[in-house]
Ligand binder design. Structure first.
Ligand code: FMN
Length: 303
């Protein structure tokens, strides 16, 4: 039987699968429909310092090879999350990671601090949210990324992951800023900016016109980010994220250099997809004589 455990920096994972933030609610709700035993960790929906109302509907749309969303990180704020979800974390059959967002560095620090004081195993810093300037996101700028990661790093003792954006022109530069500022791992990636139009109404499918594209169309882009970052920083642990819905998708990310792989959009179609992915992964390993899954990390053979 293949050993499916992985090390992600300081965190030991029983499985390489992570349930991606925003696609499994608070994790508590997902426990009723998902197959949490298949995952090494599950990331709760991002929370901010004060409640964020989110964007008006329609904020989800089918975009052919993927899904468009512009939820706007609707969330009840960290205090409500800590009160309502915090006490339930221990009862879940999977380690939970919190996810912090903020419009200022101080808001990130406040949220991460409050999350870290609960039973969460780690805190993901979602740098793909807008900063106070409104139109830009943190993860497009190395200085802004470094400021957030550094401040959170010095404020909490729990492991932190920095979740980056495929919209970044220089993903290696942004990754470098996060690593040097103390991130324990990088999550590559969040959604990519995209749009679609209803030709009958001639309106965009989303009220905000543009949103984030996730699902199969994102996979080759996120995989490219993993390859580039792994090449530049061979020792930084990476969570590959984008379009994973099968065991072979996981193998691809591992070969590219990821140590774990997050599943998002696939949960909407198939909440127990994690169970199927692990089955396919085991079949691949037994077909290929892989005793330890970690032996696949970075195993891509160049031409
Ligand atoms: C409806 C929806 C909501 C999301 N909300 C969040 C969020 O709150 N925080 C976050 O870090 N990522 C969020 N994401 C991004 C996912 O965690 C993931 O990075 C992205 O969807 C790519 O993975 P996938 O192709 O497997 O879905 C959201 C994605 C979707 C589709």
């Amino acid at each position: 039987m293949t050993d499916m455990s992985m090390m992600l920096g300081p965190v030991a994972l029983r499985s390489p699968l992570i349930a991606a933030s925003g696609t499994v609610g608070s994790v508590v709700d997902f426990a009723r429909v998902g197959a949490l035993e298949a995952y090494g960790a599950a990331v709760a929906k991002s929370v901010s310092g004060t409640p964020w109302p989110g964007n008006p509907a329609p904020r989800l749309a089918n975009a052919g090879a993927g899904m468009l969303n512009a939820i706007g990180i609707e969330n009840p704020g960290v205090a409500a999350w800590v009160d309502e979800i915090g006490p339930l974390l221990e009862s879940l059959p999977v380690p939970v990671w919190g996810s912090a967002v903020g419009k200022t560095v101080g808001e990130f620090v406040d949220v991460a601090g409050q999350l870290a004081a609960t039973e969460v195993e780690a805190v993901e810093i979602n740098l793909s949210c807008p900063n106070l300037a409104g139109e830009s996101i943190w993860a497009l700028d190395a200085g802004a990324t470094a400021a957030v990661v550094k401040a959170v790093r010095s404020a909490i003792d729990k492991p932190i992951g920095a979740k980056l954006s495929p919209n970044a022109q220089d993903i290696v530069g942004i990754a470098g800023a996060a690593v040097e500022s103390g991130a324990d791992w990088l999550v590559l990636t969040n959604t990519i900016s995209a749009a679609a139009i209803d030709i009958e109404t001639r309106k965009p499918l989303l009220t905000r016109t543009t949103g984030g594209l996730s699902g199969p169309a994102l996979k080759p882009i996120a995989l490219r980010c993993v390859l580039q970052v792994r090449d530049a920083f061979p020792t930084i642990p990476i969570v590959g994220c984008g379009g994973v819905r099968s065991g072979s998708d996981v193998v691809e990310y591992l070969l590219a250099g990821a140590s774990a792989v997050a599943i998002g959009t696939a949960h909407f179609e198939r909440p127990r997809v994690g169970r199927m992915v692990m089955k396919q992964l085991r079949a691949y390993c037994s077909r290929n004589g892989v005793d330890r899954l970690q032996d696949l990390i970075g195993g891509m053979q160049p031409w």
